[in-house]
Design a protein around this ligand. Structure first.
Ligand code: FAD
Length: 510
């Protein structure tokens, strides 16, 4: 048999063996953590200087005693049970215990016990290392208490909060905000509101956070089959310090956008009620004036017919009976003068300046004003607005008159004796670069061949009614055209008439 070859010696183990053995002892003695070595029954065989500093027991006093002398006997028995289960299985154990110093003072010990196993696999000793973490625990508790306190205050606040990071992620919110999520049925109400109040906020927040600051801007949220809600939004920029390790030495934080949302619905509803009453009076007045205007226009339009006949008669008579032709000519000229005077007294449309208009608000105004008529005619209204609609540039009174004319037409179409299905559906949608508002009824509808004619002045499909002179749709078309839009008539899903109005978002009103 050949002699066994000696194992190769690594340079590192050579370096370690160069350490004098007493260094190990000195390291353990002088380490700034309480170290004790026990036998398998937890009887202390060795304790270092830090152990004495932490417990108050000198090495002479403690050696030979069980570690349990440190116990305050208030640590739950399950903890010791878990500790010993680990140690018996030769697994290290870490945890916190309530200890009592020699002078009777209590402290919280953070302890790690490691079993020392010999070559035969037998536990010969335990190595215990512990430190006093009472102060750390106090600080942790304080932070936790403060966090709990802040969360309670934030949750009790009557407004919703959401804190967004630079990637627009909501990193903190409160109960009111969570309520808003379920009430509005949108994933992130803060995004939804910011999108409508400051469309480019995401890019702006990354480039220049301060440009996203604003106070008490209001957004109206129209919910299908629900009350509209008015939310007042205020933003502020705050510094967020990251808890990642890589930011440990970095003093500067990341900006966070705090969005505070207050519900001002009750206040706005009150104002809306007052506004609706005023609006009703204004619309009634404008309708009255429009009726006079149309009455005159219709009269002039109809008078022009016999005058044209007179003009043809004059040209025929001119050669045969010049004298009669002259008399007729005079009569025609004076009729034209009177017609001109009549034209002069037609009340002009009130001048209106272009402002930013929300079409949902216009339609809602019209429905509010028309409620008594709709109820009187037993018409069920289904208003399905797109929750937030971009504004267009327009003339609010003209637009209200437009939708009122469409709603009035629908009411009249269905409010016929014996007509059973009486449903009015209105929708607003954003389609590509357009806002589309549809007013759909379940009346008899307009035959295809009349759909173009319906926009001609003085065309009416309503027979026998003295009130109808047929200018509603032609006036509506004029308002739509003035706003750079288009209006069309179609068959509604309920078999009635669908008036579809389309406004371009970049439309150029005249
Ligand atoms: P004990 O009668 O000592 O033990 C309670 C239960 O623990 C027993 O019912 C049994 O299930 C289990 N148990 C105890 N000893 C053994 C064992 N040898 N083998 C298997 N199971 C056992 N305790 C502290 O309170 N503070 C300390 O700082 C602390 N440091 C320790 C350091 C080391 C290195 C070791 C090994 C133990 C340490 N202990 C410490 C645990 C301590 O030895 C006691 O187990 C504990 O204090 C409970 O004491 P007791 O008198 O209430 O109950």
């Amino acid at each position: 048999m050949s002699a066994a070859q000696p194992a190769p010696v690594s340079p590192l183990s050579t370096l370690a063996s160069a350490l004098p053995p007493e260094v190990y002892r000195q390291v353990v003695d002088q380490a700034d953590i309480a170290i004790s070595i026990t036998d398998p029954k937890a009887r202390i065989l060795f304790a270092n200087e830090a152990f004495t500093r932490t417990t108050g027991y000198s090495a002479d006093e403690i050696v030979g005693k069980n570690e349990s002398v440190l116990s305050n006997h208030t640590t739950p028995p399950e903890i010791y049970k878990a500790m010993w289960t680990s140690l018996v299985a030769q697994r290290p154990w870490s945890g916190k215990l309530l200890n009592r110093r020699k002078d009777g003072a209590l402290y919280l010990a953070e302890l790690t016990i490691t079993p020392v196993v010999d070559a035969q696999g037998k536990t010969t000793h335990f190595l215990g290392m512990h430190r006093d973490v009472t102060e750390l625990h106090r600080l942790e508790r304080m932070v936790r208490n403060q966090k709990h306190l802040i969360e309670s205050v934030v949750d009790a606040a009557p407004m919703a909060f959401a804190l967004l990071d630079t990637t627009a992620r909501v990193i903190l919110d409160n109960q009111e905000y969570k309520k808003l999520v379920s009430d509005l049925q949108v994933k992130e109400p803060a995004h939804h509101l910011l999108d409508s109040l400051q469309p480019h906020w995401r890019e702006q927040f990354v480039g220049d956070p301060q440009s996203c600051l604003f106070a008490a801007r209001e957004a109206r949220i129209d919910r299908p089959a629900g009350r509209a809600r008015w939310l007042s939004v205020t933003t502020s920029v705050i510094d967020i310090h990251s808890d990642c390790a890589d930011s440990y030495f970095c003093a500067a934080g990341q900006p966070g956008l705090l969005v505070v949302i207050a519900d001002v619905t009750i206040l706005r509803e009150e104002q809306e009620r007052t506004r609706a009453a005023v609006l009703q009076a204004v619309l009634a007045e404008e309708e009255r004036t429009a009726a006079i205007r149309e009455g005159f226009s219709a009269a002039i339009f109809r008078l022009e017919e016999p005058m044209n006949v007179m003009a043809s008669a004059i040209s025929v008579l001119q050669r045969r009976d010049p004298a009669s032709a002259g008399i007729l000519q005079q009569a025609l000229a004076s009729s034209r003068e009177h017609m001109e005077s009549l034209r002069q007294v037609i009340p002009p449309s009130p001048p209106e300046i272009l402002v930013s208009v929300n079409l949902n608000e216009i339609v809602r105004d019209v429905l509010a004003v028309s409620t008594p008529r709709l109820l009187g005619a037993g018409i069920v209204v289904d208003w399905q607005p797109t929750p937030t609609l971009p504004p267009i540039l327009g003339r609010p009174l003209q637009l209200r008159m437009l939708f009122k004319a469409l709603v009035d037409n629908a009411i009249e179409a269905m409010n016929v004796k014996g007509w059973k299905r009486r449903e009015l559906s209105l929708t607003s949608t954003v389609e590509r670069d357009c806002i589309v508002v549809a007013v759909m009824d379940t009346g008899p509808g307009i035959p295809v061949e009349w759909r173009h004619k319906a926009f001609e002045p003085f065309f009416t499909a309503k027979s026998g009614s003295g009130r109808h002179i047929g200018t509603g749709l032609s006036r509506a078309q004029q308002v739509v055209a003035d706003h750079g839009g288009i209006i069309d008539l179609d068959e509604s899903p309920g078999g009635g008439c669908a008036a579809i109005v389309e406004f371009r978002l970049d439309g150029d009103p005249i």
